[in-house]
Design a binder for this molecule. Structure first.
Ligand SMILES: CC(C)(COP(=O)(O)OP(=O)(O)OC[C@H]1O[C@@H](n2cnc3c(N)ncnc32)[C@H](O)[C@@H]1OP(=O)(O)O)[C@@H](O)C(=O)NCCC(=O)NCCS
Length: 191
């Protein structure tokens, strides 16, 4: 992928063998985005936005708002929002990721793709996120993909079930580079 493609927002992951790609969200996608956000399977883990917030994230350059497409025929599978793309401290936030067909590996492929985008294309020094402490699936995924837990924002989300704490996690540029290097195939020696 050329840098200009990434700047425009197109990206795909084939390294993992899964068909997953991102394209910039259009205003006409927002019905889909809001239906995904309000799905009872996702609501416990996110705080749905007003439509106008999504419209802002599509238009404001500090954000990248993407539709995730996955599988045969590239149907829309969910959406992703990055924030801090113009952050002066090079701290890019994975603000939101929601994938509808769960447990198929799409989330992992996208987190990997987004880390590449953050460090390679957006020049991040720090790629970070927060996640509800009750979100076992996302926590396991982020830990497994190299995010380090930094601490907890205690009782920072009010839910129907009571207060929830947020786990703050991050990956730094050097840590990401080390993971990529460790995963790279070892070149065969000449006989
Ligand atoms: C979190 C989410 C993005 C993950 O995407 P996904 O496609 O379902 O995840 P994957 O299939 O790639 O699974 C990734 C890993 O999650 C972990 N996982 C999956 N289901 C799990 C569960 N029920 N409990 C604990 N860990 C689980 C596993 O480690 C899995 O990897 P493995 O099966 O290869 O070992 C997706 O489930 C989702 O949209 N959830 C609702 C919204 C949400 O929580 N967003 C994140 C907010 S911070």
């Amino acid at each position: 992928m050329r840098k200009s493609d990434a700047a425009a927002g197109a990206a795909s992951a084939t390294r993992s063998g899964l068909k997953v790609r991102l394209r910039p969200t259009m205003l006409s996608d927002l019905d889909f985005v809001q239906s995904v956000e309000n799905d009872p399977a996702n609501r416990p883990f996110i705080t749905p936005w007003e439509r106008v917030q999504h419209e802002g994230a599509i238009r404001i350059p500090d954000f990248r708002h993407f539709i995730a497409e996955a599988g045969e025929g590239w149907p829309s599978a969910g959406f992703v929002i990055l924030q801090g793309c113009r952050n002066p401290h090079a701290a890019v936030e994975l603000k939101r990721i929601v994938i509808q067909p769960k447990g198929l590996g799409y989330g992992r492929a996208l987190v990997r793709l987004l880390a590449e985008m953050a460090f390679r294309d957006l020049g991040a020094h720090r790629f970070w996120l927060d996640v509800k402490e009750s979100n076992a699936r996302a926590l396991a995924l982020y830990r497994d993909e190299g995010f380090v837990e930094e601490g907890r924002l205690r009782d920072s989300v009010k839910t129907e079930g009571g207060w929830q704490s947020l786990v703050v996690m991050s990956m730094l540029r050097d840590e990401h580079a080390a993971r990529v290097a460790a995963a790279a195939p070892v070149p065969e020696e000449n006989p």
